[in-house]
Design a protein around this ligand. Structure first.
Ligand SMILES: NC(=O)c1ccc[n+]([C@@H]2O[C@H](COP(=O)([O-])OP(=O)(O)OC[C@H]3O[C@@H](n4cnc5c(N)ncnc54)[C@H](OP(=O)(O)O)[C@@H]3O)[C@@H](O)[C@H]2O)c1
Length: 377
C-alpha cells in the first residue's frame, strides 16, 4: 500500500480508503448488509495496509455503521482512522446533532470518531450549520475527546466550496473527483485551492460510483484498447486521481472482494505524477468521448430556476444525460429514485416555458422533462 502524510499529525494514511456506502447486500436490499462478507472485506483490506475507513449515518439505512463497528472489533479499531459524518439535513433542531452523534457512537460501538465531517455540505446545509452553530458543537465534541479531526464533505458548486473552505480552519475536506468531474462541484479547481491552504483532500467517487467501470460504450472500449499499457477502466480512473499530490486518500466503495483486491493492488503502486503525458491524453480522449454522448449541454447555470412547480431542472437534465452517457446503467435509475423529490418529478412539469425563455443554451426544457419522465417514471 502507498501512504501519504496527514500533515496535522504526521500520520501516514493509506492511499486507498475503504468507503462503506456500497457494501455487499443480501436480496438486492440496500438495507440488508451482508455483514459477514463486509467484515471479511474490511478486515482483509486493513490486513493489507488500509488504515482509513469511511462510513455515514444514512449509508445502508444505518447498517453501514453497524457493520463497520463490527469489522473494527478484535483489535482492528486501533489500526485505522475511522471517519463518520453529521447529516445536518436530518437534524430538525440543534439538539438533534447530539442525538445523531450519540446514535453513531452506539451503532459503531466506539467512544471516539477520528475524522468527523459535516456531511454533504451544500449551500442550504451550510446555512443550517451556521444557524445551529454546528462548528461549536463539533469543537465541544473534540474538547471532550469524542472527535479527533473536524472536516466536511462537499456537494455543490465551486463558489460554495470556496466559501466553506475559507470559513473555518478545517483539518480536512472530502470532495467528489474523477476524470469526468474535473469541472463539477469542487473539481480540480477546488483540489488546487485546498492544497496550498494546507487542507488535505480526501477523494470520494473516484470511479463515479462505478459508472466508469460497469457498462462501457463500445466507443469507450475502443479508446482504452489503444492504450500502450493494458489497464482496466478502474485502474485508469484510480491512477488518474492518485496522480494529484494534493490527494491524501482515495475512498472507493468496494462491493466485492475482487474489487477490493484490484484496488489494493492499484493503490499499492500509484505514485503522484507517475502518469505519462500520453496516458493523460488517452484518459482525456475517454472523457471527451463520454462528453460526446451527452444529449443536452446544460451547464448547470441555474438561470432556469426557480421552477414554479419546484422541479430541480439542472439536476434532472444531468440525470437524463447520464442515462445516455453511461449506457442506461441501473445506478442512474436507482440514484434518481433515491435523490429526486417525488413531488418534483419531471411529470409535474406544466410546460409553462419560463425556464426555456431564461436558458442561455436555449434548451427545450419541457421537452426534456417529457423524455426524462419516459425513462425514469
Ligand atoms: N460524504 C459524501 O457526501 C459521500 C458521497 C459519496 C461517497 N462517499 C464516500 O466515498 C466512498 C467512495 O465513493 P463511491 O463508493 O462512490 O466510490 P467509487 O469507487 O467511485 O464507486 C464504487 C463502486 O465502483 C465499483 N468498483 C469499485 N472498485 C471496482 C473495480 N476495481 N472494478 C470495477 N468496479 C469497481 C463498484 O460498483 P459495482 O459493484 O456496482 O460495479 C463499487 O460499488 C463511499 O463508499 C462513501 O464512503 C461520501
Amino acid at each position: 500500500m502507498k501512504y501519504r502524510t496527514f500533515l496535522k499529525t504526521g500520520e501516514k494514511i493509506s492511499l486507498l480508503g475503504f468507503g462503506t456506502m456500497r457494501l455487499p447486500v443480501k436480496d438486492g436490499d440496500f438495507a440488508k448488509v451482508d455483514e459477514a462478507e463486509s467484515i471479511r472485506m474490511i478486515r482483509a483490506a486493513i490486513d493489507r495496509g488500509v488504515n482509513y475507513v469511511d462510513t455515514a449515518y444514512m449509508y445502508h439505512d444505518g447498517m453501514s455503521e453497524v457493520a463497520t463497528g463490527k469489522a473494527l472489533k478484535d483489535g482492528y479499531r486501533e489500526k485505522v482512522l475511522l471517519a463518520d459524518k453529521l447529516p445536518l439535513w436530518m437534524a430538525k433542531t440543534p439538539e438533534d446533532m447530539d442525538r445523531i452523534f450519540n446514535d453513531q457512537l452506539k451503532r459503531l460501538d466506539v467512544d471516539c470518531i477520528d475524522m468527523y465531517l459535516v456531511h454533504s455540505v451544500s449551500a442550504p446545509v451550510w446555512k443550517r450549520a451556521l444557524k445551529y452553530n454546528a462548528i461549536d458543537f463539533l469543537e465541544k465534541k473534540q474538547a471532550e475527546g469524542r472527535i479527533k479531526h473536524i472536516g466536511f464533505s462537499f456537494h455543490d458548486d465551486f463558489e460554495v466550496f470556496e466559501e466553506v473552505l475559507k470559513a473555518y480552519p478545517w483539518d480536512f475536506c472530502q470532495i467528489q473527483l474523477n476524470y469526468m468531474d474535473t469541472n463539477f462541484q469542487a473539481g480540480v479547481k477546488g483540489l488546487k485551492l485546498a492544497g496550498p491552504m494546507g487542507i488535505p483532500v480526501i477523494v470520494m467517487e473516484p470511479l463515479k460510483g462505478g459508472k466508469l467501470t460497469d457498462v462501457l460504450p463500445q466507443s469507450i472500449k475502443d479508446i482504452w484498447d489503444q492504450a500502450p499499457v493494458k489497464r482496466t477502466p478502474a485502474e485508469w480512473a484510480l491512477r488518474w486521481v492518485a496522480d494529484f499530490p494534493e490527494v491524501l486518500t482515495i475512498l472507493s466503495g468496494m462491493s466485492t472482494m475482487e474489487q477490493a483486491d484490484e484496488n489494493l493492488r492499484i493503490l499499492g503502486e500509484a505514485d503522484p505524477g507517475s502518469l505519462t503525458d500520453t496516458e493523460h491524453k488517452l484518459i482525456q480522449n475517454v472523457a471527451d468521448e463520454y462528453n460526446e454522448l451527452i444529449q443536452y449541454s446544460c451547464t448547470g447555470c441555474q438561470y432556469c430556476m426557480p421552477c414554479p412547480v419546484k422541479i430541480n431542472i439542472p439536476d434532472i437534465i444531468g440525470r437524463y444525460n447520464d442515462w445516455f452517457v453511461y449506457e442506461g446503467n441501473e445506478k442512474i435509475m436507482s440514484d434518481f429514485k433515491t435523490w429526486v423529490n417525488p413531488k418534483a418529478m419531471p411529470s409535474v412539469c406544466e410546460e409553462c416555458g419560463a425556464c426555456e425563455s431564461h436558458c442561455p443554451q436555449h434548451l427545450p426544457v419541457p421537452e426534456i422533462m417529457k423524455k426524462a419522465k419516459e425513462i425514469f417514471e
